[in-house]
Design a protein around this ligand. Structure first.
Ligand code: SF4
Length: 331
């Protein structure tokens, strides 16, 4: 099928739209100002394309971006430290930890204010009317269904009719699931959802075996994605533009992983920088560490503390500043 990309809106790098109406949650995500809250790794589905690391999937663990946190209070402090302007709640299936999610949403709205935008992903398996109303009451702004079970249209309709949240659908896209994607889009549109997001299917260590066993390969042109995912997305976008009235958006993996992540790191680095730390263009921090007899001294890059063993250190702007590179700071 020939794809007329000119009729889509956006760019292949930043994302393409069948109609120029991005979800509210996406706008902050593009700018890298949303914190990713991994609220639990528990999930009762087993999607073959699941990219969640096996150190998280199936474990009841709690993270803000890459930082493990023990409770909601610590989570709020971390969200403030990195200067997030919104959050996405993901997992696992967050609705398995509904009470925790409600607590998180309330705490973030209290601490950050009502305009702090929060969206949540769920398979919808446990999206009962009670659960949806609890999320709505807590202040959740947007819910995105990732359908894995039959009857997901009914869950979407429940959310549309009985809550004030924006309701959308988010699925991965690749060859061989194009017809399924079209059915999901039609169902989402007919159920009153506001948007559908298509994610370029990732090809990463946790899902590589499952993908290979189904005949998928890693793309040579678009690293860490499934071969043909981008082309499948173009086909579905064009079909949606011609056959439905719902806005469909394609989110490229490279954009998510490189640009959004880098923006997020840069923001955290600029807000949480010590006087001796210098921010790099990648959003990491560099400084000099000098071991002088019993004392550890810190200095900005470019300084050499005479008589001490000095090294240049680089780290992501995490709380523990785990050094990832070390080299001698004195020639
Ligand atoms: S629902 Fe999400 S977390 Fe659960 S297996 Fe599927 S992709 Fe992974």
């Amino acid at each position: 099928m020939a794809i007329r990309i000119q009729q889509l809106v956006g760019t292949p790098v930043k994302g393409l739209y069948s109609r120029p109406e991005p979800a509210a949650g996406c706008s902050l995500c593009y700018a890298g100002v949303k914190a990713v809250i991994f609220v639990t790794g528990l999930c009762d589905d087993s999607c073959f394309y699941c990219p969640v690391g096996r150190d998280r999937l199936g474990h009841d663990v709690f993270y803000v971006n890459e930082e493990k946190v023990e409770g909601v209070e610590e989570l709020v402090v971390e969200v403030q430290r990195i200067g997030a302007q919104g959050a996405s709640i993901t997992g696992g299936d967050p609705l398995i930890a509904l009470d925790r999610v409600v607590e998180v949403v309330k705490a973030l709205k209290d601490a950050m204010g009502p305009s702090f935008h929060i969206h949540l992903y769920t398979s919808g398996r446990y999206a009962t009317i009670e659960a949806l109303r609890a999320l709505d009451r807590a202040g959740l702004d947007e819910i995105r269904f990732h359908p894995t079970v039959d009857g997901f249209e009914d869950r979407i309709r429940l959310a549309v009719v009985h809550t004030g949240m924006d309701v959308g659908v988010e699925i991965p896209i690749a060859p061989r699931i194009v017809e399924w994607a079209k059915k999901v889009i039609l169902a989402a549109w007919r159920s009153g959802a506001k948007f559908v997001n298509l994610n370029e299917m990732e090809f990463v260590e946790p899902n590589a075996r499952g993908l290979l066993s189904r005949g998928y390969r890693e793309s040579r042109d678009r690293p860490f994605t499934v071969e043909g995912s981008y082309e499948a997305a173009l086909e579905v976008l064009e079909w949606a533009r011609m056959n439905t009235g719902i806005p469909v958006h394609f989110c490229p993996a490279s954009f998510k992983d490189s640009i959004q992540t880098r923006n997020r790191l840069r923001r955290a680095a600029s807000l949480d920088r010590a006087w001796y730390e210098r921010q790099t263009g990648e959003g990491t921090l560099e400084w000099v560490e000098a071991m002088c007899e019993d004392a550890l001294l810190y200095a900005p890059p470019g300084y050499c503390v005479e008589g001490c063993s000095s090294r240049l250190v680089e780290s992501y702007p995490t709380r523990d500043r785990k050094p990832r590179i070390g080299e001698e700071a004195c020639d």
